[in-house]
Design a protein around this ligand. Structure first.
Ligand code: FE
Length: 129
């Protein structure tokens, strides 16, 4: 019942695309989101709860068509889960505060971390600096 109530809560508050990604672990089409080619300075926040997630300072062009970052604002603002939706397991990245699905993290990112946080635009909001 608790999970159902939570789902109802987010369904009423998020637009359809954001709901699909954040609450249903959806993935937007590459090159379709509002942030993959976005270059303003500021901070990307959770589209559901507003938690600060990624800084424009760590954003880079991965060529994938999704906003990509080499690290989160704070490691403690995100959480990780192993995702077995496809044959090769991937590491899912979620907002720690609200549990919303953001995207996945891969080990083929640039230095200094070597990580690539591949995030859906639909899961994010942006606060200009
Ligand atoms: Fe959140």
């Amino acid at each position: 019942m608790k999970a159902k109530l939570r789902d109802f809560y987010w369904k009423r508050r998020l637009n359809e695309e954001a709901y699909k990604v954040l609450r249903r672990r959806g993935t937007e089409r590459a090159f379709s989101g509002k942030f993959w080619n976005h270059h303003e300075k500021g901070v990307y926040t959770c589209g559901a709860c507003g938690e600060k997630l990624f800084s424009s300072e760590t954003k880079y062009d991965s060529g994938t068509g999704w906003p990509s970052f080499y690290e989160p604002v704070k490691e403690s603002n995100v959480k990780f889960e192993t995702c077995n939706k496809i044959i090769v397991p991937r590491t899912e990245v979620l907002c720690k505060k609200c549990g919303g699905h953001l995207g996945h993290v891969f080990k083929d990112g640039p230095q200094p971390t070597g990580e690539r946080y591949c995030v859906n635009s639909a899961a994010l909001s942006f606060k200009k600096e």
